[in-house]
Design a protein around this ligand. Structure first.
Ligand SMILES: NC(=O)c1ccc[n+]([C@@H]2O[C@H](COP(=O)([O-])OP(=O)(O)OC[C@H]3O[C@@H](n4cnc5c(N)ncnc54)[C@H](OP(=O)(O)O)[C@@H]3O)[C@@H](O)[C@H]2O)c1
Length: 229
């Protein structure tokens, strides 16, 4: 796989985990941060975990310009819109941005087993409204545990639900994500289905608390990643 992926917020829990998993799968990764030094530290950490990694580091605004197509946005809800505005000048029609945001209530002082209602309907639709219209967009990875991602020797053995309006975008993103050992991508429908998908995470957080684990989802009964309609 020679298609490079930029991770905006690649220094954080989810961003680092997905960057490391992709790097382990042989995908070239650009780790993004607001600060170039922090991005470099995270890239060096990935290299220690995955010596064969093809990984570079840059400020978020530059990182997106270095992506072949896919940009993963992995920042907190509170900074999602500001980050979208900061990277938008570097985005073109070749790009697909994957939102990972779960609008958990702690972002506004609530409980982690609840989500906040957003005027746009979902975090993904909120992001869509702040990206240039020619840029592709999907949402996914909401149900993956950052802690589990970082345990690089543990296969994931789970699904991720991918939402988006353009089938070709979902097909491309699926081809990248399924390089990760044990990750099965399931087409969950249009971008507005994110309203439901984002709300699965608080359920998993509650399960994780009760069972002291990193629970995920696994969709059964499918014979192909790509939906037939
Ligand atoms: N953690 C999980 O298990 C998990 C699972 C599924 C989905 N998610 C979603 O993934 C996203 C990231 O979660 P996370 O746990 O990885 O978050 P995090 O570690 O708190 O933050 C991720 C990165 O975002 C950047 N950031 C933090 N505050 C910012 C601000 N005010 N403005 C701009 N950038 C800021 C930081 O990078 P720099 O300081 O280097 O710029 C930070 O390393 C969230 O939307 C979350 O809902 C997380």
């Amino acid at each position: 796989m020679n298609e490079s992926v930029a991770i905006v917020g690649g220094t954080g829990a989810l961003g680092f985990g997905i960057a490391a998993r992709l790097a382990k799968a042989g995908v070239p990764v650009v780790v993004g941060s607001r600060q170039a030094e922090r991005a470099t530290e995270a890239a060096e950490r990935i290299l220690r975990l995955v010596p064969h990694a093809r990984v570079s580091a840059a400020q978020n605004e530059t990182a997106v310009t270095e992506a072949s197509r896919l940009v993963v946005l992995a920042v907190p809800l509170s900074s999602q819109v500001a980050t979208a505005k900061s990277i938008s000048p570097g985005l073109t029609e070749r790009h697909i941005v994957m939102d990972t945001t779960v609008p958990l209530a702690p972002a506004v002082g609530g409980r982690p087993t609840q989500i906040v209602g957003l005027w746009a309907g979902s975090a993904a639709e909120q992001l869509r409204a702040h990206l240039p219209s020619e840029v592709g967009m999907v949402s996914g990875l909401h149900t993956l545990s950052a802690a589990l991602l970082e345990e690089l020797d543990s296969p994931l053995a789970q699904s991720t639900l991918l939402c988006g309006d353009r089938p070709a975008d979902k097909e491309y993103v699926t081809s990248i994500l399924e390089t990760i050992d044990g990750l099965h991508v399931v087409d969950a429908g249009r971008l507005d289905m994110s309203r439901l998908v984002e709300s699965i995470t608080p359920v998993l957080i509650g399960i994780n608390r009760r069972y002291t684990t990193h629970a995920g989802v696994s969709i059964t009964g499918l014979t192909s990643s790509l939906a037939h309609s």
